[in-house]
Design a protein around this ligand. Structure first.
Ligand SMILES: [Fe+2]
Ligand SMILES: [Fe+2]
Length: 274
């Protein structure tokens, strides 16, 4: 039996949300919106790269079942973030990087399957680290639109739950250390540059780039007592160990706690039997 569950989220974004839905914090809202904008294309790329490995070549029945649920989870994330992004478009925000990301995703699709998987593993490590931050520091969303808080926490829970699937597929397909580490270094630069640039565009759209309050929020978000830098630095470097595996950082307790406390926010669709 797969250890993953595909869930339907009880969130309705059709009526939209406040422009600065994260407690009125302009910088944090722009940053989270930039991440959301990148998800539909990114998560489709994860699905395609994992699917590029024929299921029957994976020796472990449980992993085969998890691949199916990984695809189910990422597909539902895409769907929900697309609704979220449609609202952003209605608010006048433009995913400025979309054309160049599309070109890059097209290039990745033509790479050998192990390279595609190594890129996916690297990005899944970033989503897993950010997910850990969201589950560990729920105060980050204090004062946020309740539906948006639920949406981000649900996504964080499922990213945690499936954080090792692409990695296990990569290893089962014969992927080695050097390829994984080199792609991680490359992806790290692109991922952060893209996220910073799109955050900047989102702020620019509202004429908010040069406001002191937003710079102060950025400083707090990254370097404050619970800043992202302090949460991402060690796990970010851990990935470069030849013996790294995503579950060496066991945060299942955080995941279990969120699922238990929020079971009215979703409906389990089920797990794939192995
Ligand atoms: Fe996802
Ligand atoms: Fe994921």
């Amino acid at each position: 039996m797969s250890t993953l569950t595909v869930r339907k989220l009880n969130v309705d974004l059709s009526k939209g949300f406040e422009r600065y839905w994260l407690a009125g914090d302009v910088y944090r809202t722009a940053f989270m919106n930039a991440l959301s904008m990148s998800f539909p294309l990114g998560e489709q790329m994860f699905i395609d790269s994992v699917r590029a490995v024929p299921l029957e070549t994976l020796p472990d029945a449980a992993l085969r079942a998890e691949v199916k649920d990984f695809v189910g989870q990422e597909a539902s994330h895409r769907f929900v973030h697309q609704q979220y992004n449609n609202q952003l478009a209605r608010q006048g925000y433009d995913y400025t990087l979309e054309p160049s990301v599309k070109v890059r995703v097209g290039r990745i699709a033509r790479l050998p399957v192990l390279d595609r998987l190594a890129i996916t593993c690297a990005l899944e490590h970033y989503t897993a680290m950010l997910a850990d931050f969201v589950l560990r520091h729920p105060g980050f969303f204090d004062g946020a639109d309740p539906q948006m808080r639920t949406l981000w926490s649900w996504h964080a829970a499922e990213e945690t739950e499936h954080k090792a699937v692409a990695f296990d597929v990569y290893q089962a397909a014969g992927g080695g250390y050097a390829r994984r580490a080199l792609w991680y270094l490359h992806v790290s630069v692109i991922f952060w540059l893209d996220t910073m640039r799109q955050t900047h565009y989102n702020l620019a759209r509202d004429g908010q780039r040069f406001k002191l309050a937003n710079w102060a929020s950025a400083a707090r978000t990254w370097f404050g007592r619970r800043g992202l830098v302090w949460n991402l630095l060690k796990p970010g470097l851990d990935y470069l160990s030849p013996r790294f595996h995503p579950w060496q950082h066991d945060n299942r307790a955080l995941l279990g706690m969120w699922l238990e406390r929020n079971d009215d926010s979703f409906r389990a669709i089920g797990s794939t039997p192995s």
